[in-house]
Design a protein around this ligand. Structure first.
Ligand SMILES: *Cc1c(COP(=O)(O)O)cnc(C)c1O
Length: 346
């Protein structure tokens, strides 16, 4: 990281592998994972399957590929997917739901990236030849554009009942599932048991350089595996990446609580800074949105000023910044960031 950077809060994807993680990478035993004999990839997949309470798991290059191989495995062209209008699969995956799975999305509104089981029930289409076939419900937990929000477990349970009534499948975009688990104290399996497929990212707050995973039944993972190959996601000596993911699961899960505490501290301080406002109560994990009063200029102007101070954030709308805490942002870096921002805006 550039020495003048106090805190890079643009995303939790910017984390650098720690020295210990680099050592795990260097020492990893590898094979050819496309031929199925990379021992470290196999170990990671077994570890994740056990952690998420599923029969099997498959390591994939990115969270987008994890979501899209799962969606492809659970749907047929012409099917419809119920999802939140702010969901990652809709905004940030290149239109893959349509491009690679041939599906339409039935988008539902709701604060913090959360829709209700009643909304979903009303969106299920009758089984009749005029309509697209509703096939899948996607839940994102924690919710990225929703501000790192956590889905209520009761909503998920009710959605599962709805899905069973209508023979629908459910996918969990759990890119940041571990953030939800650390914040609530729930075991991952308490969320995942309601879903046919689950994706999770190692390259967000868990701090690995590359990689995500899909977990499901053995039969579903066989389908996901075929689509991973079809999409070009087979990797050979992938154990060097899997070793980083194993290290992340062993050492970087509990510490997500620090990121949440840092986010809360930053949110409170920014909300008390004239011209900035943050929905502080909504900051329950590691993501926050900061509304910028017009007299301070645009969010992009302010991001450029903050950058000069050494605090990096993303302007995600004309008057809105995003800040995300992670492994490479310490409590003292947060303290320092608050000081320089307050000084600059006073
Ligand atoms: C980051 C993220 C993904 C995956 O993104 P990639 O950049 O493809 O790894 C998926 N879902 C959510 C909610 C995310 O935040």
């Amino acid at each position: 990281m550039n020495r003048s950077v106090i805190a890079d809060l643009r995303s939790d994807t910017v984390t650098q592998p720690t020295p210990e993680m680099r050592r795990a990478i260097a020492e990893a035993q590898v094979g050819d994972d496309v031929l199925g004999d990379d021992p470290t990839v196999i170990a990671l997949q077994e570890k994740v399957a056990a952690l998420l309470g599923k029969e099997a798991a498959l390591f994939v290059p990115s969270g987008s590929m994890a979501n899209q191989t799962a969606i492809r495995a659970l749907t047929e062209p012409g099917d419809e997917i119920i999802a939140h209008e702010d969901s990652h699969i809709y905004h940030y995956e290149g239109g893959a739901f349509a491009g690679v799975s041939g599906c339409s999305l039935r988008l539902l509104p709701g604060r913090y990236g959360i829709f209700t089981p009643e909304q979903a029930a009303a969106a299920v289409r009758p089984v009749e030849s005029h309509f697209a076939q509703t096939r899948l419900i996607v839940v994102e937990n924690t919710h990225n554009r929703g501000g790192g929000s956590i889905w209520p477990l009761e909503h998920i349970q009710q959605l599962r009942r709805l899905a069973d009534e209508h023979s629908l499948r459910m996918h969990l975009d759990g890119a940041r599932l571990m953030n939800a688990c650390v914040a609530t104290g729930l075991n991952p399996a308490e969320y995942t048991k309601y879903f046919d497929t689950v994706s999770m990212c190692f390259s967000k707050g868990l701090g690995a350089p590359v990689g995500s995973v899909v977990a499901a039944t053995r039969a579903t993972i066989r389908r996901v595996h075929r689509f991973r190959k079809m999409f070009g996601g087979g990797m050979r000596q992938a154990g060097i990446l899997a070793a980083a993911a194993i290290h992340a699961l062993d050492h970087h899960v509990e510490r997500l609580a620090d990121d949440h505490a840092n986010a809360r501290r930053l949110a409170e301080a920014l909300d008390q800074t004239p011209g900035l406002s943050v929905d502080v109560d909504a900051v329950v994990t590691n993501i926050m949105y900061i509304d910028v009063a017009p007299h301070l200029g645009s969010a992009a102007d302010l991001a450029a000023r903050f950058e000069e101070l050494g605090v990096r954030m993303l302007a995600i709308a004309p008057q809105r910044l995003r800040a995300v805490t992670h492994l490479d942002v310490s409590a003292s870096a947060i303290k320092r960031s608050i000081e320089v921002i307050r000084q600059a805006l006073s």
